[in-house]
Design a protein around this ligand. Structure first.
Ligand code: FCB
Length: 478
């Protein structure tokens, strides 16, 4: 692929990105907005979960978070200062349709209306996600994602939202990481709603994909034809520990559950046979998947969002030294039909989440998609790292590890681009330090530091580094 560089003043050997590349930052509603009870918003499953003792580190909740609901103007000014040309954020379903069905809350839509106008005034492209995990609690009370009707409610919410905001939002994503919603929400239970049932994982998974398909249709019926519809997946860069048949089978299973269980239905209108066979004792797929469902799920979309943080190394149960999945007293496994799979630690540097740093995994995912879905444009909708950042007495936040993480991963994107992957943009996770789900405020992913008590924002050194990349279209040295 020939790369049309943005600037002709780049240092020799510098890594270049195409003109028109989206350079953004990403956030999610529950992680930053706060104002949890303002203007008619009703509780979501994450309000319930975070207010349940023992679920979230330190008892943290999203009640206040980054107070973005009231400070969005300042936050957008900050993004404009950094030169970002796109912002990926999510809409809170419980602000817009507070009980998940029934009355629409105009005040909730008004908030996003103001937010979108402010972005456009600053020349920043709004890239919207409809669902980043904050299911209205009222729908959970009716079964949540294990209930097929939730998919229909989601399509209604999509239509209502697009009717109001569709004239100004060019890019719509239905779901963020449905793997997490299904496998962490219903399997390991470390995410809301905190259930532990492998059959429910698979039911939730199918209904989430159905929700994506029905919402895609609803969006298309309302949006201008120029609007783009997308889905964001956290595909796994799976590697077998060795070429031993047990390890290869472990890799097949995890690739099946993390990748092909999403890609095959969405892009090819079928579920992978091996995964159906592996999980046949858990769910009756013939009843779960009704005639026509796969046609809905495989409606064409305009791009695929990829969230990438870390690779996954797996082995069959028996060989060597690593603990079996449940030996460490941790949460139950999120993975149905994978009891024999062990997840191995990767030696080398890791982030504050203990997630290994390995940019090759991002290259692996992007080039796989180039090969398997050559006509589907790709966007890296999340990538970033938590480190133990703090503000120096001089008022600065020095985060060289994050700069080198971003440099390495953006270099991997550039390499994939040069090798023909059609990558249209990159969104750093995250703009702001925020409520990191079960980890509460203990993990800082922002390129902007947030002092939660004062709500003071301090751009970290990584923000300045990223701003230089954005401005020049080339990566400065780390
Ligand atoms: C992703 C989520 C995002 C954030 C990052 C660290 O899985 O989509 O909200 O928590 O991980």
């Amino acid at each position: 692929m020939s790369v049309d560089v943005q600037s002709s003043h780049a240092p020799a050997g510098a890594t270049a990105f195409p003109a028109g590349f989206l350079w953004g930052a990403a956030t999610a509603a529950y992680q930053i907005e706060g104002s949890a009870a303002a203007d008619g918003r009703a509780p979501s499953i994450w309000d319930t979960f975070s207010h349940t003792p023992g679920r979230v580190h330190n008892g943290d909740t999203g009640d206040i978070a980054c107070d973005h609901y009231r400070r969005f103007g300042d936050d957008i000014a900050l993004m404009a200062d950094l030169g970002l040309n796109a912002y990926r954020f999510s809409l809170a379903w419980p602000r817009i349709v507070p009980r998940g069905s029934g009355p629409v809350n105009r005040a909730g839509l008004d908030f996003y209306d103001r937010l979108v106008d402010e972005l456009l005034d600053h020349g920043i492209r709004p890239v919207v996600t409809l669902y980043h995990w904050d299911l209205p609690q009222a729908l959970e009370d009716d079964g949540g994602w294990t209930n097929r009707a939730t998919a229909e409610r989601f399509a209604e919410y999509a239509a209502v939202t697009a009717t109001r905001l569709g004239d100004r939002i060019p890019a719509w994503t239905t779901l963020n990481e449905p793997w997490c919603s299904a496998f962490l929400g219903y399997g390991s239970g470390v995410h809301a709603p905190g259930r532990h049932s492998h059959p429910e994982v698979l039911r939730a998974h199918h209904h989430l994909l159905l929700a994506h398909g029905l919402a895609t249709a609803a969006l298309r019926s309302v949006l201008p034809t120029s609007a783009e519809v997308s889905l964001t997946l956290n595909l796994a860069a799976v590697r077998p520990h060795t070429q031993d048949p047990a390890d290869l089978d472990a890799a097949r299973r995890i690739d099946g559950l993390a990748n092909r269980l999403f890609l095959d239905p969405v892009f090819h209108g079928r579920y992978p046979d091996d995964v159906l066979t592996d999980t046949a004792h858990l769910v009756d797929w013939d009843t779960l998947v009704r005639p026509g469902d796969l046609g809905e799920i495989s409606r064409p979309i305009d791009s695929l969002g990829i969230n990438y943080y870390s690779p996954t190394v797996v082995a069959g149960r028996d060989p060597e030294n690593a603990p079996a999945p449940d030996d460490d007293g941790a949460a139950p496994s999120p993975w149905p039909a994978a009891d024999q799979v062990r997840f191995l630690p990767l030696p080398g540097p890791a982030t504050a989440m203990d997630w290994p740093i390995d940019a090759d995994g991002l290259h692996q995912v992007l080039t796989r998609l180039r090969d398997e879905l050559p006509s589907v444009p790709l966007v890296v909708t999340e990538n970033g790292a938590a480190f133990d950042d703090y503000t120096d007495p001089d008022g600065h936040v020095h985060d060289p590890e994050r700069i080198s993480y971003l440099h390495a991963h953006l270099t991997a994107v550039a390499r994939a681009l040069a090798e023909g992957a059609d990558v249209r943009g990159y969104f750093v996770w995250s703009l702001l330090d925020n409520f990191e789900w079960a980890f509460g405020y203990s993990k800082r992913f922002g390129i902007v530091h947030v002092d939660f008590a004062s709500q003071r924002r301090t751009p970290k050194d990584s923000a300045a580094w990223y701003a230089r990349a954005v401005r020049t279209g080339h990566l400065p040295p780390p």
